[in-house]
Write a protein that binds this ligand. Structure first.
Ligand code: NAD
Ligand code: MG
Length: 389
């Protein structure tokens, strides 16, 4: 970047999470081109305060209103503006003072602020896949109307995005999403029925937030990613394939109409796709460890075990059905994963809760945004009632 160019001003929504903290590592290492404008967190006040003191953003938002005084007092001697609550989160997305929103909130909660930023025509570096899973049609249409570029941060989608650079005139035949298989690759239901929270949280290749770690263990994450890919790259369900690749070196692939396949590779480190999205269209030089092919003499590929990991099949059903199905799937999954993390239901119950909720909630073929919110609420209530919570 030329020295006289302005720094990119970044708003990190969900700065205290796994993606948020890694994004701050990237910004810290590239302070000559990136600066922090807004930080937000839901409950982790001490970490938000620490981040604010280090990066001196213009404004921060703490979602949990009971933490407002703690945060405000800790920053009393600074000029950092402190806000709290859900409305403030949306209003912060409206600020004129930033360039790129990094959407790093987990779950449905990311949808509203992301849509607000899109309406302002901001560049969206999107990690929060649930936003696209829930309302991908509205999100992509709004982005088109407001010329808001959406640059994926999810490693598979970043890989596909990178494979597509320079290919705008060439239709995609299909994409192949790679899946690590998660911590229970090769396991069968008689093992999974007894799986406990702490075991499910241990992913072999990635260190991630709790919700996505469980989604990776059930393979729901790959299902959500199929739906995310449909919207990001304007694909039909039959153009989206999943292959299990336990080494997580190939992050995904694109097959073109001449049969040629492009793959994007690298060590599994989320800082790489985060950095690519924040730097885009430039690649930022770094000194992270490099991929050494001799250390990976065999890259292997296999079919997912759809019979054991039935959430993947449920997500494919939602992908094909369209309408509010994926919104319902996502809501039920969020409630069920939360219950599993609290040790209230078993690992395989997650699948059962999602399946029953998908059957129960009425189908809407072309929902409005309000109807997506209603479907989300209904699905949450139903899922909770199934679990007798
Ligand atoms: P995380 O749980 O570690 O962090 C979530 C962040 O969102 C925190 O800062 C938290 O304060 C905030 N948050 C939580 N609930 C909120 C709410 N109701 N309202 C506002 N803010 C809220 O999650 P993560 O692992 O960093 O994942 C974030 C998103 O990125 C998810 O959508 C996930 O699927 C996606 N993603 C994560 C990874 C990864 O490696 N962690 C990889 C690919 C995609
Ligand atoms: Mg991913």
């Amino acid at each position: 970047m030329a020295e006289n160019e302005q720094k990119k001003r970044i708003a990190i929504f969900g700065s205290t999470g796994s993606i948020g903290t890694q994004a701050l590592d990237v910004i810290r290492a590239n302070a000559q081109m990136l600066e922090v404008e807004i930080l937000t967190a839901q409950t982790n006040a001490p970490l938000l305060i620490k981040q604010a003191l280090e990066f001196s953003p213009n404004a921060i938002v703490i979602g949990d209103e009971t933490k407002y005084n703690e945060v405000k007092e800790a920053l009393a001697t600074t000029s950092i503006k402190v806000f709290c609550g859900e409305k403030a989160l949306e209003e912060a997305a409206d600020f004129d003072t930033y360039d790129v929103m990094l959407g790093a909130i987990v779950g449905f909660a990311g949808l509203k602020p992301t849509l607000r930023a899109i309406k302002k025509g901001k560049v969206i570096a999107l990690a929060n896949k649930e936003t696209l899973v829930v309302a991908g049609d509205i999100v992509m249409q709004t982005a088109l109307e407001n010329r808001a570029p959406i640059i994926p941060v999810d490693s598979e989608h970043s890989a596909i995005f990178q494979c597509l650079v320079g290919e705008s005139r060439n239709p995609i035949e299909k994409i192949i999403l790679t899946a690590s298989g998660g911590p229970f690759l090769g396991k069968k239901p008689n093992f999974l029925v007894n799986v406990k929270r702490d075991h499910a949280l241990q992913h072999p290749n990635w260190n991630m937030g709790a919700k996505i770690s469980i989604d990776s263990a059930t393979l729901m994450n790959k299902g959500l990613e199929m739906i995310e890919a449909k919207w990001l790259f304007n694909l039909q369900p039959h153009q989206i394939e999943v292959v299990v690749h336990p080494q997580s070196i190939i992050h995904s692939m694109v097959q073109f109409e001449d049969g040629s396949v492009k793959a994007q590779m690298g060590l599994p480190d989320m800082k790489l796709p985060i950095q690519y999205a924040l730097g885009f269209p430039e690649r930022i030089k770094n000194d992270y460890p490099r991929l050494n092919f001799r250390k990976y003499p065999s890259l292997t590929f296999e079919e997912p075990d759809y019979k054991t990991f039935r959430t993947l099949g449920l997500a494919i059903e939602a992908l094909k059905a369209g309408g509010n199905k994926a919104c319902v799937l996502n809501a039920a999954n969020e409630i069920a994963v939360w219950a599993f993390l609290k040790n209230r239901i078993g690992f395989l119950d997650i699948t059962a809760v999602v399946e029953q909720t998908m059957e129960a909630i009425p189908f809407i073929a072309k929902p409005t945004l309000d109807e997506y919110f209603e479907s989300d609420g209904e699905a949450r209530n139903f899922a909770a009632s199934v679990m007798k919570m």
